[in-house]
Design a protein around this ligand. Sequence first.
Ligand code: PFF
Length: 460
Amino acid sequence: MAIRSGFSSKFGFVAAAAGSAVGLGNIWKFPFEVGENGGAAFVLLYLGFCFLLCFPVMVTEIAIGRKTQLNPVGAYKALGYKNWSILGLLGIVSGVLILSFYNVVAGWAFGYFIEMVSGNFGIGAQFGVFIQDVFKVGAYGFVFMAATAFIVSKGVSGGIERAAKILMPTLIIIIIALVLYSFTLPNAMKGVEFYLFPDFSKLSFPVVYSALGQAFFSLSLGMGALITYGSYVGKDDNIISSAVLITIADVGIAFIAGLMMFPLVFSQGLETDGGPGLIFVTLPGVFETLGPTLGIVIGSLFFLLLSFAALTSTVSLLEVPVAYMVDEHEVRRNHAVWLVAGFIFLIGIPSLLSNGYSEFFTSFITYFGTEEATNFMTLVEHLANDSFLPLGGCLIAFFAAYVWKKHNLVDEVSKGNPNFSNSLIGKYIDFAISYLCPFILGALFILTVLDRFFGINPIA
Ligand code: PFF
C-alpha cells in the first residue's frame, strides 16, 4: 500500500475537499443549468438534494475513506466485501469520464484568462468561434492536464492546500463584488426574480434529474473522490463538522455565482438558456463596462481564479484513478499519474471536437424519443454526472446500511464526535442512509435513464 502523505491539519482536509467540490461545477455549470431548467424551481430542488440526499452520502464516503485508508476499489475489499469493489470501479470510470470533459472546459477558462489579459473583451461574442479553434483550446487543455498531473505527482498535501486558502476567498470576494455591481444594472431585478422566485409550472422530470446530477457533481460525490480524500482525515477529526463546512462552502458559492449571473443575463437582454457558453458569453462584456484598466484586472483575475478553482477539482478527479493504480496495481505513483493523465487527455479529444469542429462528434447521438442530436461532450456528462454519480450515491448508501451495516458507519463517524448517534444529525443520517438515499436515489436513477436515453416516462 502506498504511504499516505496526509493533510497538515483538519483545516487542510476541509480546504482540499472544498477545493475539490468548488470548481467549474459551481461557477460555470450551476448557472447554466439553472438557466436551462427554468430558474428558481431548479435552485430549490438542487438545495433540497444537496442537504437531504447528498450530505448523508458525503459523510458515508468520508467515513469509509478514513476507516480503510484506501482508494474506492481497495476500500470495499479492505472492509471484507470484495464483490463490492465493482462499485469502486464504477466510481473510477465516472471520474475518468468526468475529467475528460472537465479538462476541456478548464482549457476554455484558462484560455479566457489569456484573452482577458490582452484586453480582448470581444471574445464573449466570439465564444462559438473560440471553442472551435481546437488546436488552441486543445493546447490550453493540454497545459491544464499537465499542471494537474504535476500537482498530483507531488502528493496531495502542501502547495495547493495552502494556495487554496488564499485564492478561494479572493474568488468569492470578486464574485460578491460582481453580484453588487450586477444589481445596479438595468433589468437586474428581473434576473433576481427568475433566480429566486420559483415558477413551479417550469418543473418537469428532466429538471429533477438535472438538479440531482448537479448536486452530486458539485459536491464531488458518488464516485469515491471523498473516499480517497477521506483516507487522509485524522482519527480525531469530526467528520460531521467537516462535511457541513464543505457542503455549505460549495452550495454557498454556487448560490452566489447564480446571483451574479442572472441580473447580468437580463441586463444584457440575453436568453437564460445559453447552455455551456453562458458565463463565457456574458462576462467579458461586463468586464468591458468596467473600463479598460479595471476591466482587464478584474476580468483576468476572475478567469485566473476560476482556472485555479478548476485545478483543485481536476486534482481530486485525477487522484482517484491514480490512488487506485498505486494501491491496487502497485504502479509507481509518478508513472501512474502521467499514464492516467495522458489517457484521460486522449479520451477528452472527442469532447473537444464536439463543439462544432467535427460534425460527427457534434451531432453524435440522437436519444430515443428526441429529435435533436446530442454532442459527445453532453453525452458523457449525461452518463457520468447525471446517471453514474446518483447511482454511485445510491449504492454507497445501500452498502453502508445493509452490507457493511450501520453500526460500523456510526462507530466510525463517532470517532472525533462521541455524541453523533444521539444528535439530530446522527438520527437523520441513520434514516437517510437506510431509506431515503438508497431507495429514492435508486428510483431516480432508473427513471432518469429511461426518460433521458429511451424517452420513456412511466410516471408522466
Ligand atoms: N465538484 C467539482 C465541481 O463542481 O467543479 C467537479 C468534481 C470534482 C466532480 C471531483 C467529481 C469529483 F470527484
